[in-house]
Ligand binder design. Sequence first.
Ligand code: MN
Length: 229
Amino acid sequence: MDYVFAPPIAPSLPIAGSSARFPLRRVFCIGRNYAEHAREMGAEVANRAAPVFFCKPADGVVGDGADVPYPSATADLHHEVEMVVALAAGGRDVPAGRALDLVFGYGVGLDLTRRDLQAVAKARSLPWDVAKAFDHSAPVSPLRRATEIGHPARARLTLEVNGSVRQDADIADMVFAVPEIVAELSKLFELKAGDLIFTGTPAGVAALARGDRFRAELAGVAVLEGRIV
Ligand code: MN
């Protein structure tokens, strides 16, 4: 292929217990997927008719142990700890009953958010891109294969910042469970291998500052550590 400049290297994530990497295609996110978090944001909880979706760029994903630069244009960077689902296959209009067949594995990530810019976007009915889709906005752990750990429907999801617990919940409390998220997304987008899905955050979101060290864990699945610089 004759490109006018070298194409960027495809972003990817490591796989636990393997030297192979998981190549990334798209990053989808669902919002308001835990009732307590929707309440703390003063938002309505997601309902069956109206899941809230947005996207992040795949090159915004950063790996475990990375230094995450504090982003420009915000004075209120927030953490949102979330289970992350990685797809090894795709499709359109996938029934919830077959959705888990698409799943390669699971990890834990942070949906980093410029909360001040999101508040402006919400107030003015503007898109969320500048609040959600910035560079380095998606730290993600190494992935664990579903063939190794199965498909967790309940597991403790925690975030510590500088050793203090900020978020502590169970993924069983999600409004839309993973099969339903995949089914709903596939009505809107053709899903493909390499897609990641951030599954929403529980209550306890708060600000991060330069120098903060974070440790996210989805019990029995994955750990993500890093530092805001
Ligand atoms: Mn989120």
